[in-house]
Design a binder for this molecule. Structure first.
Ligand SMILES: NC(=O)c1ccc[n+]([C@@H]2O[C@H](COP(=O)([O-])OP(=O)(O)OC[C@H]3O[C@@H](n4cnc5c(N)ncnc54)[C@H](OP(=O)(O)O)[C@@H]3O)[C@@H](O)[C@H]2O)c1
Length: 279
């Protein structure tokens, strides 16, 4: 079973390296501009395809790993190609928001289809392929599936789960909240630290042990038990001072602090502070 990728960005470069290190054969990469496919092919000692048709003819398990907005276009392109042995080929996408049905035009022409979204934030491919071990995948398989997706992920030791049909955008909103918006939240916090006088070049280093202790607590306990701080303790004056200080020095941050404060009151179950966030 030779594996190939259409799109050669962060996700497919790391997945290719990961599958290769788990003993699978990587056929190669195709990308619209070509440069990223060249790099990913070099990284995985595989072929840089300049023809989509050749990539599909040469390989059996083909991942579409382009930006989400390009998937429909790629599907249209594939459905017009001259391919032999379509029923033997499994085409997958890695999007967290689209369901399997986006591949239906391929299924009706004979291909097997599936989708597998890795619940991970991808960065440098060499670093990411190490963290891929243990990553969970949200999978969907067509009824024509012959078990190749299961075989691949089981062999690599990756747990899988399914999302309720029609709820993939909801699932992906949760993933974005956890990964993308956590980054935005860290950035907001860094800016407030800086305004309080912490040197900008020291903020990350100085706050990292705090961040790590939060992640450790979350790894060991449910969110309600992992929560620490003034809302949980019911220290209303502390929260009042935060709100006053933000209003004076960084009013643009007040809405974010208040919204998260309200949600934290709900989580803590300590409703004595509710009125503070309504003022
Ligand atoms: N990033 C994450 O953390 C993450 C996590 C889970 C799932 N995903 C999913 O993974 C997929 C890819 O994301 P990514 O972050 O890897 O994207 P990316 O780094 O932006 O890479 C996109 C790749 O797609 C290629 N491409 C764009 N349009 C194309 C087209 N029409 N035909 C062929 N190739 C095309 C680009 O080629 P050129 O370089 O030649 O322009 C590039 O190689 C998305 O569906 C995303 O939702 C991402």
């Amino acid at each position: 079973m030779k594996i190939a990728f259409i799109g050669a960005g962060k996700v497919s470069a790391a997945l290719g390296l990961y599958f290769k290190n788990n003993g699978f054969e990587i056929g190669g990469y195709y990308s619209i501009g070509g440069a990223s496919a060249g790099k990913a092919a070099q990284l995985t000692s595989s072929t840089h395809y300049s023809s989509l048709e050749r990539l599909i003819n040469d390989n059996q398990l083909i991942w579409i790993a382009t930006p989400d907005d390009q998937i429909e276009k790629v599907v249209q392109q594939i459905s017009h190609l001259e391919i032999t042995g379509k029923t033997d080929k499994l085409i997958l996408h890695v999007s967290g928001v689209y369901s399997l049905s986006i591949l239906d035009p391929l299924k009706v022409t004979g291909y097997q289809t599936g989708s597998a979204h890795p619940l991970l934030a991808f960065g440098d491919p060499v670093v990411t392929q190490q963290t891929l071990h243990g990553a969970w995948f949200a999978v969907e398989k067509g009824e024509e599936d012959n078990g190749r997706l299961n075989l691949l992920l089981e062999s690599c030791g990756n747990p899988t789960f399914t999302v309720t049909p029609g709820r993939k955008p909801l699932y992906h909103a949760a993933a974005c909240l956890l990964s993308n918006y956590l980054v935005t939240l860290m950035d907001a916090s860094y800016r407030i630290f800086e305004r309080s006088g912490l040197p900008a070049d020291k903020v990350r280093e100085a706050t990292w042990p705090l961040f790590e202790s939060v992640v450790r607590n979350l790894n060991e306990k449910e969110p309600k038990e992992a929560l620490t701080g003034p809302v949980k303790r019911g220290d209303s004056n502390t929260v009042r001072l935060h709100l006053e200080s933000l209003r004076i020095h960084m009013p643009e941050m007040s809405a974010l602090y208040t919204l998260l404060g309200k949600e934290t009151v709900r989580l803590s179950g300590n409703h004595s502070l509710e009125a503070l966030f309504e003022e």
